[in-house]
Unconditional design. Structure first.
Length: 101
């Protein structure tokens, strides 16, 4: 529902308003097509989910390129660990198999 030019332009303009520092996005799908659309509009997009095991754009942060950021130099415990989608989970009966990849 946000993957159209009108919505992306509105969100880009919102980021330019005084007092708005970032937009945090939480989506349901592994691929969020509007991320590329926002990057095309000059918005800095940070994918917050670990991308090591493949594409996962469910959570992202959008900033203006001029917004100052500071790298984190320590490990942060995950409050809600990444949960695979149902179609990626291996089903285990009562035989002690674990859910997950």
């Amino acid at each position: 529902y946000v993957t159209n030019a009108q919505t992306c332009n509105m969100l880009r303009d919102l980021l330019r308003q005084p007092g708005v520092h970032c937009i945090l996005v939480s989506e349901r799908g592994e691929e969020t097509k509007c991320l590329g659309m926002m990057e095309d509009r000059g918005i800095k997009v940070t994918r917050l989910m670990n991308q090591v095991n493949g594409l996962d754009e469910r959570q992202s942060m959008w900033l203006l390129p001029s917004t100052p950021t500071k790298p984190i130099d320590k490990k942060i415990d995950v409050v809600f660990p990444n949960q695979p989608f149902e179609e990626h989970k291996k089903r285990g009966g009562g035989n002690g198999k674990r859910w997950g990849r």
